[in-house]
Design a protein around this ligand. Structure first.
Ligand code: SF4
Length: 350
């Protein structure tokens, strides 16, 4: 049981903690269920809004707990419909989430952050240039989904269809809050989102991929691959030095065997770095052990990074070579080119 304190966000309590609190306070047990519903189904962030609770109970809750919701800050809207939102956290830090609408496919995806900054220092990433400050709380992740969902409903009249943990931070290094957020997002007494529509994207931490396979929250897994041999991957993703491709492939295979979920490789095509025919062949070789979908991503330039996106001709040749080798491949055209599209760019802005 977490000791109640006026400074504690009530949303850090597990359901059993809340039940215990109500029992200790001599309150009827069904009241805990009502509060839980207000918090996780209706998204209440104020005890005063809990209109079916007696005033004395609302006042008592406010004496013991607090809410620290994230607050919308800046928003940028791209001509292609992509909406990037920056949020302020209660302790002054800032994160971002992105709405990626594809109305013609009835797909509305939110990309959420799970950490303030990131410790993994991938050389091409704006977030990697910031230090890791802290993990987000589960409620701060759920808030991003809820607020972007409201934006999506208001603009498109449709709720979100997909959630990707691909924003700031490494989800497998913020494991506990990420798992707790998935539980709240998918629970029938939470947001009721299908886990099949949720994807965790990792830079590749083998031990944690194995743990995810064991815990099996039934979500999808994507590996940010970006290079198909260790020497090359080490130069852009230092995490590869302790988690080389052989170790990662073993862990991914275990994930696949445990969950039956096809894995996605995310692969940013960088001009003259990883877009040679030889790279395509090495990448294809990494798709043979278990079912894999390859997602080629166009790079959004980041200040201070001298890597650039592959030009059209090289990208087409690269994709054609992968297809020729029998790889299931899609190309994700860059979105939000006219806004601070790269992950971490907007949050990092003064
Ligand atoms: S790409 Fe992901 S893991 Fe790498 S530094 Fe950026 S946020 Fe961290």
């Amino acid at each position: 049981m977490i000791a109640p304190a006026a400074s504690l966000d009530i949303r850090q309590l597990r359901r059993e903690d809340l039940d215990t609190f109500f029992r200790d306070q001599g309150e009827k047990s069904f009241r805990a269920g009502q509060v839980w519903q207000w918090i996780w189904q209706k998204g209440a962030t104020d005890f005063a809004a809990m209109s079916n609770l007696p005033l004395s109970l609302r006042e008592n809750l406010a004496r013991h707990f607090h809410f620290y919701p994230i607050r919308p800050d800046i928003e940028q809207v791209s001509t292609d419909g992509t909406v990037k939102r920056r949020f302020a956290l209660h302790d002054g830090h800032r994160i971002e989430a992105v709405l990626i609408p594809v109305p013609e496919e009835e797909r509305y995806t939110v990309c959420v952050s799970c950490q303030v900054g990131c410790s993994l220092t991938c050389s091409f990433c704006a977030t990697g240039q910031m230090k890791r400050v802290r993990n987000l709380e589960a409620a701060e992740i759920v808030d991003q989904v809820r607020m972007v969902n409201e934006r999506c409903l208001a603009t498109y009249g449709r709720p979100l269809t997909n959630i990707v943990y691909m924003g700031m931070g490494e989800p497998l290094l913020a494991y506990a809050p990420v798992m707790a957020s998935i539980e709240r997002l998918t629970a029938p007494d939470g947001m009721g989102f299908s886990p099949k529509r949720i994807t965790l994207s990792t830079a590749g931490i083998a031990k944690m991929i194995r743990k995810l396979a064991d815990d099996n929250p039934r979500v999808n897994l994507a590996l940010s691959l970006h290079a198909a041999d260790d020497a090359k991957r080490n130069t852009v993703m230092p995490i590869n030095e302790q988690n080389n491709l052989a170790v990662l492939m073993d862990a991914l295979e275990m994930f696949y065997r445990a969950t039956g979920n096809r894995i996605t490789y995310e692969y940013i095509a960088f001009q003259q770095f990883n877009d040679h025919p030889e790279d395509a062949r090495k990448l294809a070789a990494l798709t043979r052990r278990f079912p894999v979908r390859v997602n080629i991503i166009e790079y959004n330039p980041v200040e201070g990074v001298d890597m650039i996106r592959s030009d059209e001709k090289r990208l087409d040749a690269f994709v054609a070579e992968l297809s020729r080798l029998g790889v299931t491949v899609t190309v994700r055209r860059s979105r939000g080119k006219d806004i601070d599209a790269a992950c971490g760019q907007l949050a990092n802005k003064g």
